[in-house]
Design a protein around this ligand. Structure first.
Ligand code: PEP
Ligand code: MN
Length: 338
C-alpha cells in the first residue's frame, strides 16, 4: 500500500502515519519528494484494513494499493527515476553510462591495456570477471583474488570505477572489498540466499536478468535487494533464450522499455552477451539507447581471438573507440568520447 501525504502535511502527521504503519505489522519506506512525502507500507503479514483506514488520518491525501507483486522497485511507489552513484559515476542521471572491459581478467597487461583504451575512448567504468560462471567445468574459471588486485590497480591508474561478478555467498566480503559495484550474473538472478546477503551490503549491485526469467521475476529478484536494505540496484538486460540460434541470446529491447516503465531503477543493456556477435554490438547499443537504456556494458579485449572467454562477442580496442564515436554523434544523451 502507498500512503500519499498531502503537500502541506506536517512532520508530526508524517511521523504518526509511519508509527501506525509499523503498528499494523508493515515496514514503512519513506520517500521524500520535492512536492510531497510518499510512504510505502510493505510486508506480508500486516493488518491491511487498518492501513486503508489511514485515509482518515490528518495530512493523508490518499491510500492506494500497489498493484504489482514487486513493491519497492515499483514506479508506483517512486515516480522519479533512481540515480545510482558508483564511485562518482551516476547511473540513471540522464547520460548514457558506458561500462566496458574484458569478459575475464586474464593478466595485468591485458587488463591495463583495455582499461587505458576504455578511458581514452570516453568509457565511464571498467568491467572484468574475476570469478567466471562457465558452462563447462573445463573452461577458464577466472583468476579470483589475483584478478581483484589487477582490477584495483587498473582503477587506480585510470580513475574508472570497477564492476565485477560475485558468484557465491562466500565471496561477497572479498569482492565487496575490491569492487565499486557487484554484478549478480544471469545464472544467479534467483540465487535468493546470495541476494539476501548482498542486500545487507551498501555496494551498488548490477542485477542481470536471467536467460529464462520473465520481467516480473527479474523485478522480484531486485525486490529482494531493496527489501533487505540495499536500494543501490541497477538492472541489466543481457539477452534471453528463444528459439533463435543465429544469435547467442535474444536481446530483449522491449524488456528494457518495460522495466523503465514499471520500475524507477536504472536499466542497462548488455549487447555483447545479448547477441554473442561482435558485429551486432554497435547497432544493438544504439537500439538500446533509443529505447531508453541508462547505459551499456560491453566486452572489450585487446586481442579477441586470444580471449580466454567470449572472444567472438568482444570488440577490439579500435572497435570500442569507433563505437563510442558513433554513440557520441548519434545520441545526445551519450557520453562525449574523449
Ligand atoms: C559476464 O558479464 O561476463 C557474464 C558472464 O554475464 P551473464 O551473467 O549475463 O552471462
Ligand atoms: Mn562474458
Amino acid at each position: 500500500m502507498i500512503v500519499n501525504m498531502s503537500s502541506i502535511a506536517t512532520e508530526e502527521e508524517i511521523r504518526h502515519v509511519i508509527e501506525r504503519i509499523k503498528e499494523c505489522g508493515y515496514q514503512a519506506h519513506v520517500i521524500h519528494g520535492s512536492e510531497r512525502t510518499v510512504i510505502g507500507a510493505v510486508g506480508s503479514n500486516g493488518r491491511r484494513a487498518e492501513i486503508e483506514a489511514l485515509r482518515a488520518a490528518p495530512g493523508v491525501e490518499e491510500v492506494i494499493q500497489i498493484t504489482h507483486p514487486f513493491k519497492l522497485v515499483s514506479r508506483q511507489l517512486r515516480q522519479r527515476g533512481t540515480i545510482v552513484d558508483v564511485g562518482g559515476v551516476k547511473i540513471g542521471g540522464g547520460d548514457l553510462v558506458v561500462i566496458a572491459g574484458p569478459c575475464s581478467v586474464e593478466s595485468g597487461e591485458q587488463l591495463m591495456a583495455t582499461a587505458r583504451a576504455v578511458k581514452a575512448a570516453g568509457g565511464n567504468m571498467l568491467r572484468g570477471g574475476a570469478y567466471k560462471p562457465r558452462t563447462s567445468p573445463y573452461d577458464f574459471q577466472g583468476l579470483g583474488v589475483e584478478a581483484l588486485h589487477l582490477l584495483r590497480d587498473a582503477s587506480a591508474e585510470t580513475g574508472l570505477p570497477i564492476v565485477t561478478e560475485v558468484m557465491s555467498e562466500v565471496d561477497v566480503e572479498i569482492v565487496a572489498e575490491y569492487a565499486d559495484m557487484l554484478q549478480v550474473g544471469a545464472r544467479n538472478m534467483q540465487n535468493f540466499s546470495l541476494l539476501r546477503k548482498l542486500a545487507t551490503f551498501e555496494r551498488p549491485i548490477l542485477l542481470k536478468r536471467g536467460p529464462s526469467a520473465t520481467v516480473k521475476e527479474w523485478l522480484l529478484a531486485a525486490e529482494y535487494l531493496l527489501a533487505g536494505g540495499n536500494a543501490n540496484v541497477v538492472l541489466c538486460e543481457r539477452g534471453i533464450k528463444t528459439f533463435e540460434t543465429a544469435t547467442r541470446n535474444t536481446l530483449d529491447l522491449s524488456a528494457i522499455a518495460l522495466a523503465k516503465e514499471l520500475s524507477h531503477l536504472p536499466v542497462l543493456a548488455d549487447p555483447s552477451h545479448g547477441t554473442g556477435l561482435r558485429s551486432l554490438v554497435p547497432p544493438m547499443s544504439k537500439a538500446a539507447a533509443a529505447v531508453g537504456a541508462d547505459g551499456l556494458i560491453i566486452e572489450v579485449h585487446p586481442c579477441p581471438e586470444r580471449a580466454l572467454s567470449d572472444g567472438p562477442q568482444s570488440l577490439d580496442l579500435a572497435g570500442f573507440a569507433e563505437l563510442m564515436k558513433g554513440l557520441g554523434k548519434e545520441y545526445p544523451r551519450a557520453v562525449k568520447a574523449a
